[in-house]
Design a protein around this ligand. Structure first.
Ligand SMILES: [Zn+2]
Length: 346
């Protein structure tokens, strides 16, 4: 491990450049929408917006992202010339060091150097990360403001399920950036077939599309299931209870495997609020009642839900932009290192 590697994923040690002007952009690049957040060095929000993601070709994707950022900046009288670095969360397999997206089906990308393509277009360092791993940095930042913890897991429940682990401000990625892909851990060997080919993965129990599918009414959405549960629909309540059990087990898995101080819940399905959160807490309470070990490890304050306003996906991407600027040498983005050196000393 080199010095830059050691430094690469730490957000604790941002240096003196915090005090001078300059813009950082965080991008949450989804299959349908790209969300943009512009921050100054002191993490003050200067602008935000969303635009449709253009997936017709990699080039169109890059250009669409550039325009989306340009629009957000222009609305505040700012320009891309003021940018210092860009961070982006991408739904797929990503190598932050090379900026190559191995596979992002929703973005129509296969082994594409999105990092360097964006870096060339914006003329600043760009760091990419898997979207949930990026969001876990955003969750860490949010948690730091309310209840600082050294070890944290972020569990995202949306169209898919995935987690990210942050220790002392550093993202734990594993050997291939796949650490935290617990949506494909088998929770019920006799369960439904998962898109990955296995049966009974956590995603088949607790992800949004699975919640919708398990409800008797075909063609509905997870939101409709939650709405029906609130109205007293017993079938909907049962589906949600099972999904909540799955989330509680995932929490237990994260706590027992990594001994984290907190598990932060996020993702689109968590926007359902108490109708989902309460059965999750009830399932955890049931575990505590059965086991002194669970009582110790799964204390009531172990699990917190990040509010939508925490905007962990975009803030996580801004954190990546800070890292890109603070450690440009840690990321293989040709043509930008010398420029950033100049800007840094300007
Ligand atoms: Zn699976």
């Amino acid at each position: 491990m080199t010095a830059t590697d050691q430094h690469a994923n730490t957000i604790e040690t941002l240096s003196e450049w915090k005090s001078s002007p300059g813009l950082f952009v965080g991008l949450d690049i989804g299959g349908t929408k790209t969300a943009v957040l512009v921050s100054d060095r002191s993490m003050n929000v200067l602008g935000w917006g969303t635009a449709a993601t253009v997936t017709s070709s990699p080039q169109a994707l890059v250009e669409g992202i550039y325009r989306a950022v340009e629009d957000v900046l222009a609305a505040r009288g700012l320009a891309t010339d003021d940018l210092l670095a860009v961070g982006a969360g991408v739904p797929g397999m990503v190598d932050p060091q090379t900026g190559i997206v191995q596979l992002a089906v929703n973005l129509n990308l296969h082994t594409f150097p999105l990092g360097s393509a964006l870096s060339e277009r914006f003329d600043v360092p760009v760091v990419l990360e898997n979207d949930v791993r990026a969001a876990s940095l955003g969750a860490y930042r949010w948690l730091k403001n309310i209840s600082p913890q050294r070890f944290m897991a972020y569990l995202s429940i949306g169209t898919g399920i995935s987690a990210g682990l942050v220790a002392d401000g550093r993202l734990y990625r594993g050997a291939h950036g796949m650490a935290g892909e617990i949506g494909h851990v088998i929770f019920d060997p006799d369960g439904d077939r998962c898109a990955c080919g296995l049966s009974g993965c956590l995603e088949t129990i607790s992800a949004g599309p699975s919640i919708a599918r398990q409800w008797a009414h075909n063609g509905g959405t997870a939101e409709e299931v939650f709405a029906a549960a609130k109205q007293g629909d017993l079938a909907a309540q049962l589906v949600i209870q099972q999904a909540a059990q799955g989330v509680a087990r995932a929490v237990q898995l994260l706590v027992m495997a990594y001994d984290v101080d907190r598990v932060v819940l996020g993702g689109g399905v968590m926007n359902a609020g108490d109708v989902f959160l309460e059965p999750i807490y009830a399932a955890l309470a049931e575990m505590r009642a059965q086991s002194p070990l669970a009582e110790r490890m799964l204390a009531a304050d172990k699990v917190v839900a990040a509010p939508k306003e925490a905007d962990v996906a975009r803030w996580g991407a801004v954190m990546l932009a800070f890292l890109a600027f603070d450690n440009p040498g840690a990321f293989s983005l040709a043509g930008t290192r010398s420029q950033i050196g100049l800007k840094k000393n300007a």
